[in-house]
Write a protein that binds this ligand. Sequence first.
Ligand code: GAL
Length: 651
Amino acid sequence: MDQPHQPPRFPRGLDAIAYGGDYAPEQWPEDVWADDVRLMRAAGVNLVSVGIFSWAMLEPVEGQYTFEWLDRNLELLHRNGIRVDLATPTAAPPPWLSHRYPETRLVDRHGHVLGQGARQSFCPSAPQYARAAAGITEQLGRRYGDHPAVALWHVHNEYAGLNAHCYCQTCAEAFRAWLRARHGDLATLNAAWGTTFWSQRYGDWAEIEPPHAAPAPVNPAQQLDFLRFCSDNHLENYRRERDILRGLSPDVPITTNFMIANCKAVDYWKWAGEVDVVANDHYLQAERDDPHVELAMCADLTRSLAGGAPWLLMEHSTSAVNWQPRNIAKRRGELARNSLAHVARGADGVMFFQWRASRYGAEKFHSAMLPHGGTGTRIWREVAELGQRLAGLDRLRGTRVKADAAIVWDWESWWALELEWRPSVDLTYRERVEAYYTALWKAHLTVDFVHPEADLSRYPLVVAPSLYLTTAAGAKNLDAYVTGGGTLLVSYFSGVVDANDTVHPGAHPGALRDLLGVTVEEYLPLRRDQRVTLSDGTVADVWAEDLAADAAEVVLTYADGPAAGQPATTRKAHGRGTAWYVSTRPDPAGLRRLLAPVLAEAGLAGSPDLPDTVEVVRRPPYTIAINHGDRAAEVGGVTVEAGTVEVIEEA
Ligand code: GAL
């Protein structure tokens, strides 16, 4: 039997690390375009994302198209050897859509109909939107599906970035249909949602609403299902466009840009298999002390979604963004360090928002490859230097990152943990993940992220920070991992509820109780600014527990505070492996101390002699060393000067 046709998994016809950015020729008179391509070539740009926000310029009146300007632009790019990542422009519907079809407007949870004049202001369930989006996608696919410049399809832009949850009547209908498919009948839904609580029993599907604003928290299982529905609903919109393009343009790979750092609303584990190449947008949280650690975490998560395969950094910034409270500019060398850190962690492309800085509109203070000041600027010089450097790093392409350990990451658990009326407002998911990630980063260990039900057997160490929602299958998987010889570390408020936010039977941490060999008699959330001390002097805050180490050995105890004298951290030999439990939030130094015996047990030595400002990642046969500190460091016999990056061939 013939194999189904497989499109390439990398921009078609691009035989280099991708370098470029979002390009909006529609914002400029055509005589600027020649300058654009000349400068793109000078900077080593080989791929640009075109047309992302150009729907109103391509279809100014419903059903009437003006593609000629795009024809000319693509032709110009093609003549100059610059490949095109062509977008469907469906993230910014033209004003005629909402004017003509007011049902396509987005409605918030208070019932407010949101206005136009921005972008992504549409209801993701509206059939009129779906029809119009399919229409323009089909036109583009027909016209440019085998255009020689087109290397990649960029479907939409950042799904759910701004319209994650819509509460209109059409969405309510779609939610009910989704619930029928998930639960089958009302009796099952009532049982799953625990509707005997607060008199919520449903006798008719029509009674079920999205979780609108209400005087008290809406049923948490209902909220969780709504979040699942919304993520799936956006995915349906992606699939619709993807399938149209697949039919019309079978040789061009298709992607959409994820926003792994700041999109809680999308369960990307479900999306990753739907794109030909995983692409991510990342913007530095520039006010943080170690923004490069958060960058590394997002890059590792992106690679993990890609199953370890090379991925594309679709957007980042050359310097400041325009939407943070204070938009901190990057300093000399930071642009290259940031870009190469993504490459070190598996990216085979480095793209920016945006090519040329806009003169008007909401993003005119956002940095670009070509700033308002043109080529006489530090940013431009660094952009051109980076282009040259990437051209010389072609040997990295296709190599795979070698990870040392894994962290469990689950969007559903994140959603559930942060619903209302948890034991403390200080319980947040990303904070715990980042704390453990940072400790491993500073120990020079590279991390993969894994779904709780994924195969974990290749990792010597798995960390599960606050895995509040743990399904029976997830718990079984973690158990099998440890039984088979793995080292697992679980932090507090894990294993508490199932997929419906129902507490697992018996004492906490229900789903993980036997594996960890502990029971929690009572949670002891700490007061704001309250600190407790552990037996090794570590200071901790936020959380403590009345913990009984039934079948585990006690490693550290609480020296003071509400749990004084009781176990704080434990270790249990389980099968051929061990399961550690941490019941509080140690300060960063304490966390690193606490991790030392865990790492030793997992056989992970790290690089103790290297300063923790030096980032080292392996893409065998290469090691990439990035020095974020202010002193030179030695890595593999090579000197890495302060602020620089070295790609070292392994012996
Ligand atoms: C992204 C978006 C881009 C641009 C950028 C600015 O989220 O996809 O279009 O707005 O942010 O940082």
